[in-house]
Design a protein around this ligand. Sequence first.
Ligand SMILES: Cc1cc2nc3c(=O)[nH]c(=O)nc-3n(C[C@H](O)[C@H](O)[C@H](O)COP(=O)(O)OP(=O)(O)OC[C@H]3O[C@@H](n4cnc5c(N)ncnc54)[C@H](O)[C@@H]3O)c2cc1C
Length: 270
Amino acid sequence: MPRYRPGPRRVPRKVVANHSSDGRTPTPVTTPESLTFRSDVTVELVKSSASDADVLFAARVSTAGEQSLDELKKDPERSKGLINFLMRDRHGSPFEHNSMTFFISAPIFVFREFMRHRAGWSYNEESGRYRELESVFYVPDASRKLVQEGRPGKYVFVEGTPAQQEAVSSTLRESYEQAYAAYQKMLAEGIAREVARAALPVGLYSSMYATCNARSLMHFLGLRTQHELAKVPSFPQREIEMVGEKMEAEWAKLMPLTYAAFNANGRVAP
Ligand SMILES: Cc1cc2nc3c(=O)[nH]c(=O)nc-3n(C[C@H](O)[C@H](O)[C@H](O)COP(=O)(O)OP(=O)(O)OC[C@H]3O[C@@H](n4cnc5c(N)ncnc54)[C@H](O)[C@@H]3O)c2cc1C
C-alpha cells in the first residue's frame, strides 16, 4: 500500500454543504483540551464529469451508432422521455458513463456503512498508520432523535429527554477525552500509530474521497436515505443519511433529468 502524503484535507477549502442533521449550520466546538466535537458531516464535490447528455448518448448508440452524439440537442422532450423510459424499465448501464468524486468527512461508523457499497464505487481514506489521527469526534446535536422504539425491522426513533441529551453529550465527550489521552500516551511512549489507534472509538472523524457514477449513487441513495417518493422504504442510520442528502443535492444539480426520473420512478436504481 503506498503512503499517501498529504492525506485528504480534514477541513476542505471550499465546503459545499456542511450542516447538522436538521439542516442548520453548527460551529464545531473546540474544548480546552483541544478536542474538537462536531455534529455535522462534510461533503464536497471535488470533481465531476456528469450530465444528462452522458446518459443519452450512451443509450442512443443502440439505434444511432456513432451518430448518437449528434442526437443530443435535437429534441429535449424526447430526451426526457428516453431517460424516464430507461429508469422505469431499469436499463441501467447508460447511467454509468459519468463520474463524481466527493470529499467526505464523517465519523468512522458512517464509513463502515458506506464502504459496504462495492459496485461502482472507488474509495481512498486517510491512514491511521501513516499519520497521527486528529482529535475530532462526533457528538450529536439536539435534533438527533435518541430513543429507538419498536421491534427489529420496524423501529421508529423519537426525541430524547433533556436528561438523555445531556447524558449522551457528557458521556461521549468524557469517553472521547479518555480514549484520545490513551492514544497520545502510547504515541508519547514511542508506540507505533497503527498500534496506538486501537484505543480510538468509531465516533472519531475520518476523511475519504469516494468516486461513483449516477447508477451506483442511485443505489446508495435508495438504501441510505428516506424519502416520501421511495417505492421501497429503507431505514438508514441518520448520520449516513446526512451524507447521502448532501451527495444527492450535488448530483441533482449535475443531472436534473436523471434525478427527476429517479424520483418519478420510486427512487429505485435502474
Ligand atoms: C438499513 C440498512 C441496514 C443494514 N444492516 C446491516 C447489518 O446489520 N449487517 C450487515 O452486514 N450489513 C448491513 N447493511 C448493509 C447491506 O447488507 C449492504 O451490504 C449495503 O447496503 C450495500 O448494498 P449492496 O450490496 O446492494 O451494494 P453494492 O455492494 O454496491 O452492490 C450493488 C449491487 O451489485 C450486486 N452485487 C454486488 N456484489 C455482489 C455479489 N458479491 N454477488 C452478487 N451480486 C452482487 C447486487 O445486485 C447489489 O445490490 C445494511 C444496509 C442498510 C441500508
